[in-house]
Design a protein around this ligand. Sequence first.
Ligand SMILES: Nc1nc2c(c(=O)[nH]1)N[C@H]1C(S)=C(S)[C@@H](COP(=O)(O)O)O[C@H]1N2
Ligand SMILES: [Mo]
Length: 329
Amino acid sequence: MLIRLRRGWEIPERLATPEDVYLNRRTFLQALGVTGLSTIGALMGCNREGQSQSATEAPPPPIGLPTPSATANLYPAKRNEHFTLDRPLTDEPIAARYNNFYEFSPNKQQVSRLVNAFQTRPWQIEVRGLVKKPQTFAIDELVRRMPLEERLYRHRCVEAWAMAVPWTGFPIKALINLVEPLSSAKYLRMVTFNNPEQAVGMNDDTYPWPYFEGLTMAEATNDLALFVTGIYGHELTKQHGAPMRLVTPWKYGYKSIKSIVRIEFTDQQPPTFWATLVPREYDFSANVNPAVPHPRWSQESERLIGTSDRRQTLLYNGYGEFVADLYKT
Ligand SMILES: Nc1nc2c(c(=O)[nH]1)N[C@H]1C(S)=C(S)[C@@H](COP(=O)(O)O)O[C@H]1N2
Ligand SMILES: [Mo]
């Protein structure tokens, strides 16, 4: 039996619809008698051969809110009407059950089922490195001090699916101002929580956990760059990266690191999770650009999840008026 094993990140989303991946993987696992979660990643993508069975599927889980917090009453926040969309908002149940969060599963449709044990309070965020005022914030105190607003943003995953979401959060700039970076600070490095007991996918040690990402200072202080603590008018759910995640809508989704515990100001370009795993496929800047194909698939168009709509992908995901100046040479 010859099985071509491929990791989830090795196939464009277009070639592996989540339904195919999920149903065939189930069949596969059953046939092999495999139940170990660590094998799921290795089996992602060996699909499309056998036809999907109508597996007796459990009903979808409710849209899980995070661990109770002291700031739930801050939502919904006032919408900033400056940010408009060219497409309908994605329905919340669609966005809530289609998540890239490898700490829980490499299968986007499984993540929301696996986040229950994840504790998002108490939660602290340490800010350190090249700043005048390094400090550790309790998340609810930080959120209370920040100017929360709602923004409608497009989101474009490198796998060529897209959605449009109402995020609630605050400009990264507001947090940067609190800690006063030194002039030597050129980059922000951000790190996700590390707890394999609460996040079952972290037991797969083929990944360099915990997840890490970075931005230049110019990117981080751009108006568009948000730290997000809410979605669809309520607190951020676990599967979307509670209690606080990054959102940089002109970049591919993998930059928008979830469930952040540490932010460090440095003078060196920080390594990133996906570029560490597959350097020739995932670069540091990760700006959305339809003219630059991924090494194994085109980036010219994208599928809007929950619909059969396919759209042309726009340079900087349509946010050129805000960010193009950052990349002029
Ligand atoms: N810690 C962490 N952050 C992450 C990821 C991840 O696997 N782990 N996936 C990224 C990718 S590839 C995308 S497309 C978005 C998905 O965000 P969503 O699930 O809220 O749609 O989260 C990003 N942030
Ligand atoms: Mo992504």
